[in-house]
Design a protein around this ligand. Structure first.
Ligand code: GLN
Length: 533
């Protein structure tokens, strides 16, 4: 059986539990251990697929088509191993299972209660992720902040699990904030003391404190935290604000978080951490020799988290090219009126983002027209690709009414449309085309050159598709379908002939870019933007 590490959070949200969990996992992996990470989300949605990006940031899709929390993206980017359905548990999923069992009569005669039925189901899910994998360690991040009503059943399940498997098989790390009071010129430990008390009330004594701080933690403060929170001094770990999230594994290494955990879990004989590739990546990331400016045209630009994986993919692709990628968010609605040229001045390439609904479409079409006509590198993802098709049909083919039926259900020219099987679906949760599908690329296309092969597999999350009834006309005018799903014939990749770099993909390449495997399309897009500079 795998050993367990739980990561809880205290004092405030947004302390970076996901990054701490991923960094620790990276260190343990680099010592030769087989590790996975999962996230427990206390909200009642079955998955975040039905949430607006403003609510919860990007929805991250796994190979097997689960719509999950964006922290799973960090897990994959750090560990370079795929996650799955089992790596994201929500209160919605827990209750759905328990209620379905109740209706089926599984608890006949019994009152169904939070303890033991909900907590049993949480424990079952927590260990489910191990099935068939022989992991040495499973790291589980509990979403939310200790003290929230919603996370109580998770803490109770953790208390029970720890009692069952023993402390040497289950370690609890509590991530907390040590605020700095400017007026007093002091770091303060009291909020952490309170937060640990809150955990104690749930019957959990944390083994390790990871302390987010703007300033280094002095020795006396570590001693104080150790005394008041009842952890040994070596288990008070400083997590100082970092320039990039990719520094955190090395910061945690310096603080010996991995060693402390291994000691508590009684795991011996691991190798020393091998972080060679990681350090090379950091070296390139921090010493760029050139710079490009990319415009990210989207409508959720107020919130960087809405495009998390795209931003991270640019960081990976930039490092490969030893190039700093400056991403300028451009709100598509601002491109709808007036002259577009001054707004896109000094931009070396444009990425048009994924999205849903009608708002902001007109601005995306304007941006695409501009880059198409001015030979500026263009990369369209999902809705961005669909917009490129619509723009081309309107302005090159002269089909002035061309549209996606998502935007105009009555359009005379539905160049992007629902497939018959999607038309029947009315329910919204988990009903898009989701997860990995194979695609075949045409030799000598931009995409083929980028991947260096023609058989690829990429992840999807969309309802609407390129309408093949228009394919011949579109190709005859120069927009080529260079990648297709062989089984269904669905168009996956489009490229413009006679343009230095005009590429649209129906899938989401950003979901597969990792530190060790930067995505080839992002790498090529940055190369093209550099050439355009
Ligand atoms: N709204 C579009 C569709 O459902 C695109 C989705 C996306 O960009 N992820 O097909």
């Amino acid at each position: 059986m795998a050993k367990h590490i739980f990561v809880t959070g205290g004092v405030t949200s947004s302390l970076g539990k996901g990054i701490i969990a991923a960094s620790l996992a990276k260190l343990l992996q680099s010592r030769g251990l087989k590790v996975t990470i999962q996230k427990l989300d206390p909200y009642i949605n079955v998955d975040p697929g039905t949430l607006n990006p403003y609510e919860h940031g990007e929805c991250y899709v796994t190979e097997d088509g689960a719509e999950t929390d964006l922290d799973l993206g960090h897990y994959e980017r750090f560990l370079n191993t795929p996650t799955s359905q089992a790596n994201n548990v929500t209160t919605g999923k827990i209750y759905q299972t328990v209620i379905e069992k109740e209706r089926a009569g599984a608890y006949l005669g019994k009152t169904v209660q939070v303890i033991p039925h909900i907590t049993d189901e949480i424990k079952r899910r927590v260990t489910l992720v191990e099935k068939g994998h022989n992991f040495d360690i499973v790291i589980t991040e509990i979403g939310g902040t200790v003290g929230d009503i919603e996370s109580l059943p998770y803490l109770e399940a953790l208390r029970q699990l720890r009692r069952e498997v023993g402390k040497e098989n289950c370690v609890v790390i509590h991530l907390t904030l040590i605020p700095y009071l400017k007026a007093a010129k002091e770091l303060k430990t009291k909020p952490t003391q309170h937060s640990v008390k809150e955990l104690l009330q749930a019957g959990i004594q944390p083994d390790i404190l990871v302390c987010r701080t703007e300033y280094p933690l002095p020795k006396d403060l570590r001693e104080k935290l150790s005394l008041f929170c009842n952890v040994d001094e070596k288990s008070v770990i400083e997590a100082i604000d970092a320039k990039t999230i990719y520094d955190v594994p090395l910061l945690m290494l310096k603080e010996k978080l991995d060693k402390t955990v291994l000691k508590k879990l009684n795991i011996k004989n691991t190798t020393e951490p091998d972080l060679q590739t990681w350090k090379e990546f950091l070296g390139k990331l921090k010493n760029p020799t050139k710079e490009v400016t990319i415009g990210l045209v989207g409508k959720y630009n107020e919130l960087q988290d809405a495009y998390k994986s795209i931003y991270e993919s640019f960081i990976h692709a930039g490092a490969v090219n030893e190039c700093r990628v400056k991403v300028i968010p451009i709100h598509s609605e601002t491109l709808e009126k007036g002259d577009i040229a001054p707004k896109l001045k000094n931009i070396d390439g444009i990425l048009v983002a994924p999205g849903f609904g009608e708002r902001g479409i007109a601005g995306k079409l304007e941006a695409i027209r501009y880059v198409r006509e001015n030979n500026i590198p263009f990369f369209g993802i999902c809705l961005g690709m669909q917009c490129a098709v619509v723009e081309f049909c309107k302005n090159v083919l002269g089909l002035t009414n061309a549209n996606s039926t998502e935007v105009d259900p009555e359009t005379k020219d539905p160049v992007i449309d629902l497939m018959p099987e999607q038309k029947k679906i009315t329910s919204k949760g988990g009903t898009m085309r989701l997860g990995a599908y194979r695609c075949k690329l045409i030799k000598n296309s931009i995409s083929y050159k980028a991947y260096g092969k023609s058989d690829i597999s990429e992840r999807h999350r969309h309802r609407y598709e390129f309408n093949n009834a228009y394919l011949d006309q579109i190709e005859a005018a120069g927009l080529m379908a260079t990648g297709k799903n062989i089984e269904s014939g669905l168009v996956e990749v489009i490229e413009l002939r006679d343009h230095p770099f005009f590429l649209g993909v129906q899938y989401h390449p950003e979901l597969k870019s990792t530190v060790e495997n930067p995505h080839p399309l992002f790498v090529s897009f940055i190369e093209a933007a550099l050439q355009n500079k």
